[in-house]
Design a protein around this ligand. Structure first.
Ligand code: UT7
Length: 335
């Protein structure tokens, strides 16, 4: 059995923050942000919107495109690093807001690789044949944890809020290159990279309390990153993941219709594209308008590519992502 794409969805907050807007809050400028990252603007939520609201809206659109009702969905996989609550996870909130039956709703904590890991998980469930209709969601709100001043400027300029979703339906037949569906995946992690990109507090890491006033004063409640180390590892692991899948299936960049890379930095994606030998027109890049929306980047790219007609039934698609953990992976999909 294999899962076939049936619908995509997206949810993007209305409020736009441009690079010039950020330059009013911290020592940065449009030129620096654009040349280093390719980002020109990002969307952020207004007070009152939760990650589950974005995830639910994206899932609803994907379900509608598939021609289903929420009550028909058998399983939700929800990828996020910014859930509404520390616990329970994001998935159960989406299950309730969608009005689904009492189905399983599983959170996947793969950070920027969260959607890639979720599709790999979906593929595994496909082999059991237990669930017919599933929705995979990537949803994030970064704006609430960002340090909107000079202390956090290296991170603040990169991230945006948003959600994307993919509806998948089970079909008979094993996953293979010639048939529509999730074909194959690779995943990896290297926990020695934890401190290179993380948000340390709140958390249970050897402290007496989940979060203290001192943690807040020391700015440990905001993400921190060694950008250069992430950059180098991202290029290497994304290239390695795609190459592994191409080698396994005896294909080259010429056989793949669309490469959908994670959207962390346009320069990362350009380097990956060149190293792998993809022409520009085969790579989806939406970072200019959204920034990095972590687990939401890949389903958002899918939604845009479907809407633009670049992604059609039968297209051979490769995704790849790298993020905090470190965590990485790739999926090969016949759309
Ligand atoms: O989703 C996965 C997670 N994230 C990533 O994949 C991000 C990977 N890393 C990157 O994209 C890049 O490393 C960055 C965009 C974060 C930074 O680009 P860079 O070319 O590696 O810049 P840098 O870290 O070498 O910083 C250069 C300079 C520094 O000043 P000095 O030390 O040279 O005087 C920074 O302090 O730019 C300064 N800087 C800024 N200047 C203006 C850092 N942030 C900013 C800023 N505006 N926002």
């Amino acid at each position: 059995m294999r899962f076939v794409p049936r619908g995509t969805g997206h949810a993007i907050p209305k409020k736009i923050v441009t690079n010039d807007d950020l330059a009013k809050l911290m020592s940065t400028n449009d030129e620096w942000i654009k040349t280093r990252t390719g980002i020109e603007r990002r969307h952020i939520v207004e007070k009152g919107t939760s990650t589950s609201d974005l995830g639910t809206a994206a899932a609803l659109e994907a379900i509608a495109m598939a021609g289903w009702q929420p009550q028909e969905v058998d399983l939700i996989l929800a990828a996020t690093l910014s859930p509404d609550y520390y616990f329970p996870g994001l998935g159960v909130l989406i299950q309730d807001k969608l009005g689904c039956r009492a189905i399983p709703a599983i959170d996947i904590r793969g950070q920027c690789a969260g959607f890639v890991w979720s599709l790999a998980t979906a593929q595994g469930f496909g082999l059991t044949g237990q669930y017919q209709k599933i929705v995979v969601v990537g949803a994030e709100i970064h704006s609430n944890v960002i340090d909107w001043n000079d202390h956090g400027r290296d991170i603040a300029v990169l991230f945006g809020d948003g959600a994307g979703a993919l509806a998948l339906e089970l079909e008979p037949g094993v996953p293979e290159l010639s048939k529509r569906g999730l074909i194959d995946f690779v995943m990896g992690s290297d926990g020695s990279g934890v401190e290179v990109l993380c948000m340390k507090r709140p958390g249970m890491a050897g402290q007496e309390r989940f979060v203290t006033h001192e943690d807040i004063e020391k700015r440990l409640v905001h993400p921190q990153m060694d950008g250069k180390k992430v950059y180098i590892n991202a290029v290497n692991r994304m290239c390695e993941s795609v190459t592994t899948l191409m080698t396994r299936h005896g294909i080259t960049a010429a056989d793949i219709d669309l490469l959908i890379p994670h959207q962390a930095n346009l320069r990362i994606n350009e380097t990956v594209r060149e190293k792998l030998g993809f022409p520009e027109n085969k790579v989806v890049n939406i970072i200019t308008n959204y920034g990095n929306t972590t687990a939401a980047t890949i389903p958002l790219c899918m939604h845009h590519a479907v809407r633009d007609g670049r992604l059609k039934p039968g297209s051979l698609v490769m995704t790849t992502a790298f993020g905090a953990g470190f965590s990485w992976g790739a999926n090969l999909i016949r759309w």
